[in-house]
Design a protein around this ligand. Structure first.
Ligand code: ADP
Length: 501
């Protein structure tokens, strides 16, 4: 059916076939009500294409397919064979990385070089990493008494609902698919409505790799419709979510309906501490990358920069220079661009409204603070990289997640005040410490309330290392060996070796 795919030419001239349907049971199907989501190019506000949006009935179909696959071919498959399929998928991603990165840039607005060299490398690498785990997941024999044999089996959880965000569309999909598939689960994934396209091309690769029908089902759909239907579904055993803290709380409530296992990776307002004994150039470079990469649309962005008062002025002037020199705003398909548009008009408006908040709260605008209209014909959701100084802990711009190119710089006197300010937040995702004093660095690493600490660095993320938050930044861990914990249950088997009661 022609309505289920369309031939497109991206702004960089790349031609490809864009599926537009729902991917259920390895087939492309239309939405039951024919509703659609239109993808907008954030660079120039043009419509790219409309895709089918799942209704609760479509979620039911996808769950039924996932359940059948779980009970049948997927569960019965040898673990090594499961790993082979995942490895094949990672290779197909590698072979198709240019087209996938092109769609990511077109649909999301991130620089093409980043989409290709960072996002797609992450997707292929993460799938390959977990492919290797598929046949290395095993239980234990636990010695108790001579009368008993006791052992554990690590079983897949079952049908997993996975709800992903728009800031790293394919990478977030890989983070969730990798461990879930390695452990033998089946999946109903919902992409974010802002970035519905790349995941559909990826879905074709799942079929091409040879996964049995129903193992991975991929839907586009609105959060409050399809997302909510997944979170509330009585035949879904687990829900994994990445997105805002507010939505995470709603999902947690919905998931209570059948006591689903949950993994949540939510918001952050991560601190970056610069002490006066730090390598200032390094601190400045990482501070810039930590907040301005991906246009600040990173849950772990180090958006609160805390600087020791003795070097505050020097840091501020050097940081400003760094942002001016490196954060080149422009068309994300151009090589020199570091900084593309925000994802949507809603996010663009949100960042601009926080700029007004900062001003009205009395923070000092160091740079940026406005929409950027010098790309193409002046359209697109571009915001100049924005930095506020003289920020107080009581201000909303210090406390609330903006999710944009928006940094606040605050001064502190000593280690004690630095820690107090760093931890003065409801969030606990990332944190960064710049100092040459290794004792202080490790002491703070223990005391800081965060799931991740970067010492003399910011925003490192590696699929071999656990990722996740504390406090209102989430529950559970993704990536690394820890990521497997989230997708298995441990069953205990007790065997009576004696003949007595
Ligand atoms: P944002 O506010 O940045 O759009 P969200 O956290 O709302 O981020 O969205 C992240 C993902 O959660 C998206 O796939 C979205 O469709 C989905 N989502 C939004 N609201 C709900 C909901 N009530 N139930 C389930 N999923 C939702």
């Amino acid at each position: 059916m022609s309505d289920l795919s369309v031939e497109l030419t991206a702004p960089n001239g790349k031609k490809y076939t864009q599926p537009t349907g729902l991917f259920i049971n390895n087939e492309w199907v239309a939405s039951s009500k024919g509703n659609k989501i239109t993808s907008i190019n954030p660079t120039d506000e043009t419509e790219i294409v409309s895709v089918h949006a799942a209704e609760p009935e479509d979620v039911d179909k996808a769950v039924a397919a996932a359940r059948a696959a779980f009970k049948g071919p997927w569960r019965d498959m040898a673990s090594t064979e499961r790993g082979d399929l995942m490895y094949k998928l990672s290779q197909l991603v590698e072979q198709n990385k240019e087209v996938l990165a092109t769609i990511e840039t077109w649909d999301n607005g991130k620089p093409y070089s980043v989409a290709l060299n960072e996002d797609l490398a992450e997707v292929a690498g993460c799938l390959k990493y977990y492919a290797g785990y598929a046949d290395k997941i095993h239980g234990q024999v636990i010695d108790t008494t001579p009368a008993k044999l006791a052992y554990t089996i690590r079983e897949p959880i079952g049908v997993c609902g996975q709800i992903i965000p728009w800031n790293y569309p394919l990478a977030m999909a890989a983070w969730k698919l990798g461990p879930a598939l390695a452990c033998g689960n089946t999946i109903v994934m919902k992409a974010a409505e802002q970035t519905p396209l790349s995941i559909l091309v990826f879905a074709n690769l799942i079929k091409e790799a040879g996964f049995p029908p129903g193992v991975v089902n991929i839907l586009n759909g609105h959060g409050r419709v399809a997302g909510a239907a997944i979170a509330q579904h009585m035949d879904i055993d687990k829900v994994a979510f990445t997105g805002s803290t507010a939505t995470g709380k709603e999902i947690m409530k919905s998931a209570a309906i059948n006591m689903k296992n949950i993994t949540l990776e939510t918001g952050g307002k991560s601190p970056l501490l610069v002490f006066d004994d730090a390598d200032l150039d390094q601190a400045v470079k990482w501070s810039h990358v930590g907040i301005m990469s991906n246009m600040g649309q990173i849950c772990t962005a180090t958006s609160r920069i805390l600087v020791q008062e003795t070097i505050y002025d020097k840091f501020v002037s050097t940081f400003k220079k760094q942002v001016q020199e490196v954060s080149k705003v422009g068309d994300p398909f151009k090589d020199e661009t570091f900084h593309g548009p925000q994802i949507t008009k809603a996010q663009y408006d949100r960042v601009l409204s926080y700029i007004e908040t900062g001003k009205s709260e009395g923070a000092e605008l160091l740079m940026g603070g406005e929409a950027y209209k010098n790309v193409g014909e002046g359209k697109g959701f571009f915001v100049s990289p924005t930095v506020f100084t003289n920020v107080k802990s009581s201000m909303r711009v210090f406390r609330e997640e903006v999710f944009g190119p928006f940094a606040v710089i605050v001064s502190f006197k000593d280690e004690e005040e630095a820690l107090e300010k760093a931890n003065d937040t409801t969030y606990g995702l990332g944190s960064a410490i710049f100092t040459k004093d290794i004792v202080k660095a490790h002491r703070l690493a223990r005391k800081i309330e965060a799931g991740m600490v970067w010492i003399n660095s910011s925003n490192d993320s590696d699929f071999r290392i656990p990722f996740g938050g504390v406090k209102q930044s989430g529950i559970g861990r993704e990536l690394g060996e820890a990521g497997l914990e989230a997708y298995t249950n441990k069953k205990a088997v007790h065997v009576n070796l004696g003949t007595w009661l």
